[in-house]
Design a protein around this ligand. Structure first.
Ligand code: 2NL
Length: 393
């Protein structure tokens, strides 16, 4: 404990004289110890007088100490020194048993007064320190500085593109449906006219949960479910969502996103397919984009087609700055979706009138997003690097 303050000694070792003997103010102790200022202490006994004197000296000393306490940690040190369990007040109180029973009450009363006084001084100083800390903060605080912006989340680019595509179809009157990712073989393959030995059903290509239960390989099962639930046409729906395939490299992820669409009514023809999908593609990529339909094959449509748009990098020229366009590889075209007239076997599987007609289409969301934003590596969408994702905020 600090010796920077003046301690009135309690004189356990203040002298060897017996009570009643003259105090040798100078003499035996001269030059060795400072003689104790309280003559009563010259014997080894405490007295009421010197305990009260010791108590009374505490408040002015605490005040001197507080003057030097410029922060709360120093203040705590001083509190421990004066008011702590082994502090100076406690040390004085520890001598109380040495007094006679008649002497004790006066000293006890004094001690309580002093304790209250010390606490008052201490609390006042603490309050002052806290106030000045607040003031110092307020003088450093500049209300004119721009605030710290909180981190805001934003929609994943795949979700943004999904919403954009769905809203184009919603504007055309389609309903959006979503649902199960774990599907039955019936909804994922059988109802869609996949023969029992179709290679897509192979364990190499499809992730099986159990026999007859798969992770859906496309969102068509939702369309099958919608037809089963509606029981009869008309019907116009888009089904966005996650799909799964056993595939993983630069351009394939085992989980990716698809949007499929289906429109069924009476008297729907290939012209409706062509007009609807051309309108959709122009909404998404701009009115000037070139659109072409190429024959293709899917088990669930007949006839089937692939839709290409003119390359958005080289505007369909196949070359850029005298070099082969790296996006369309010089062809001037980009494949964007697959489509076709729904195969009558699908209507049979869901109990629709086989006289009804309709078209269906499907597209990969990652592919559209890569083209739209000029992204070369599909895996960027799944790494969740906020420096990448933040660019789509
Ligand atoms: C593609 C091609 C396509 C369909 C999906 C479909 C669904 C039902 C009936 C008939 Cl319920 N067809 N869907 C049709 C043609 C193509 O997707 O390239 N997807 C990424």
């Amino acid at each position: 404990m600090g010796n920077s303050y003046f301690y009135p000694s309690l004189a356990r070792d203040a002298g060897t004289c017996d009570r009643g003997q003259a105090a040798p103010l100078h003499g035996a102790y001269a030059g060795e110890n400072v003689p104790n200022p309280l003559p009563q202490e010259r014997n080894n006994q405490v007295s009421v007088m010197n305990l009260i004197a010791a108590l009374e000296s505490l408040a002015p000393e605490l005040e001197r100490g507080l003057d030097q306490a410029l922060d709360l940690s120093k203040l705590e040190e001083i509190r421990v020194e004066f008011l702590g369990r082994k502090g100076r007040l406690a040390q004085i109180m520890a001598r109380l048993p040495e007094l006679s029973p008649e002497e004790k009450p006066a000293v006890g009363k004094k001690a309580n007064e002093i304790k209250a006084r010390l606490n008052t001084l201490f609390d006042a100083h603490k309050h002052t320190l806290e106030k000045s800390g607040e003031k110092a903060y307020l003088t450093r605080f500049d209300a004119t500085l721009p605030g710290a912006l909180p981190w805001l989340g934003s929609m994943h680019p795949i979700s943004q593109v999904t919403e954009e595509i769905c809203s184009v179809f919603e504007a055309l009157g389609y309903d959006v449906v979503d649902g199960l990712e774990v599907e039955t073989d019936f909804h994922n393959f059988q109802a869609l006219n996949f023969p029992k030995d179709h290679p897509a059903r192979d364990m190499q290509d499809t992730l099986y949960v159990n026999e007859g239960v798969v992770l859906r390989t496309h969102t068509s099962p939702m369309q099958v479910r919608s037809m089963l639930a509606r029981k009869a046409p008309p019907l116009a729906i888009v089904a966005p969502g996650k799909v799964y395939r056993r595939d993983s490299d630069m351009t394939h992820s085992p989980m990716f996103h698809q949007i499929e669409g289906l429109l069924v009514d009476k008297g729907i023809s290939l012209r409706d397919l062509r007009g609807s999908l051309t309108a959709f593609v122009r909404r998404l990529f701009g009115p000037a984009v070139g659109v072409r339909f190429r024959p293709s094959f899917f088990p669930f449509t007949e006839p089937s087609a692939e839709v290409d748009i003119s390359c958005i990098m080289c505007s369909g020229k196949g070359a850029l700055h005298g070099e082969t366009c790296r996006v369309c590889k010089g062809t001037g075209w980009l494949e964007i979706l697959g489509c076709g007239m729904v195969d009558p076997n699908v209507y049979k599987a869901v109990g629709f009138d086989e006289e009804c007609t309709g078209f269906a289409f499907g597209l990969g969301v990652e592919r559209v997003a890569m083209l739209k934003y000029g992204i070369g590596d599909l895996r960027l969408f799944f790494e969740n690097n906020v420096r990448f994702l933040g660019q789509f905020a």
